[in-house]
Ligand binder design. Structure first.
Ligand code: SAH
Length: 222
């Protein structure tokens, strides 16, 4: 199962003939190959969580891979691929009642792990394809991060490499459903200053890079 947030991200995966399997609660599911289903779940943690649970209930995927773009907290060029080994939710904060910042109550975890086997395979596929990539922590939250203040806070609190709005929610739903999960995120902006220009310019090309790696990986496993 491939899970995207936005139409602009899933676009490079679809052709005119790609069958739309169904649309449920605004989430579109497509058959990409006999053994691959992709969906476009929407932006933000609520949409991502809803789409993930629908995906699992409707199709019982062997694994879920989240593909998309992200803002960067390091000095990485736009187009660099981030393969997360861990995910956390930077806007989860019940510290006022004594919890550590970022703790997800119930499962009582701050960081959710990526499936190490999938992450290792993706790492090897990127290296073989000569694609600029690095491993790192992804911070998710319901904000387009663009201020220095927020950037510095997230980096110093969680040591995150990149920021986006869905992966840690998908990781949480996969974790409680025991579905292996990993992600590929391509840097579309620097998460600071005039992000809109970078983001708008690079989002489609960046998303296409991550889809390309996802397909190479899937071909290698088939
Ligand atoms: N209304 C716009 C919203 C895009 S939000 C739309 O529907 O196209 C940005 C998307 O890109 C989110 O899915 C998020 O995961 C990712 N993203 C890229 N750069 C980001 C940043 N700096 N901060 C947070 N999310 C970012």
């Amino acid at each position: 199962g491939l899970l995207y947030a936005m139409k602009g991200e899933i676009e490079s995966m679809l052709t005119e003939d790609t069958p739309l399997l169904q649309e449920k609660a605004g989430v579109s599911f497509y058959r990409i190959r006999e053994d691959i289903i992709a969906c476009c779940g929407g932006v933000g943690k609520v949409n991502a969580a809803m789409a993930t649970q629908l995906f699992i209930d409707l199709y019982r995927p062997d694994l879920i891979l989240n593909v998309g773009v992200a803002g960067c907290f390091e000095d990485l060029p736009i187009g660099t691929l981030v393969l997360p080994d861990r995910f956390m939710q930077h806007d989860m904060d019940t510290s006022a009642v004594g919890d550590p910042v970022g703790l997800i109550s119930g499962i009582n975890m701050i960081e959710l792990p990526a499936d190490t086997k999938i992450a290792d395979e993706l790492d090897r596929v990127c290296a073989a394809a000569n694609v600029n990539h690095r491993l790192g922590v992804i911070a998710s939250g319901d904000q387009f991060v663009h201020t220095t203040e927020r950037r510095v806070w997230i980096v110093s609190t969680f040591n995150a490499s990149a920021v986006e709005m869905e992966a840690a929610a998908i990781a949480q739903v996969c974790f409680v459903n025991k579905i292996p999960f990993a992600a590929i995120r391509v840097i579309s902006d620097e998460a600071s200053g005039d992000v809109k220009i970078d983001y708008m310019t690079f989002v489609k090309a960046a998303a296409a890079t991550s889809s390309d790696i996802a397909l190479r990986w899937l071909r290698a496993r088939a």
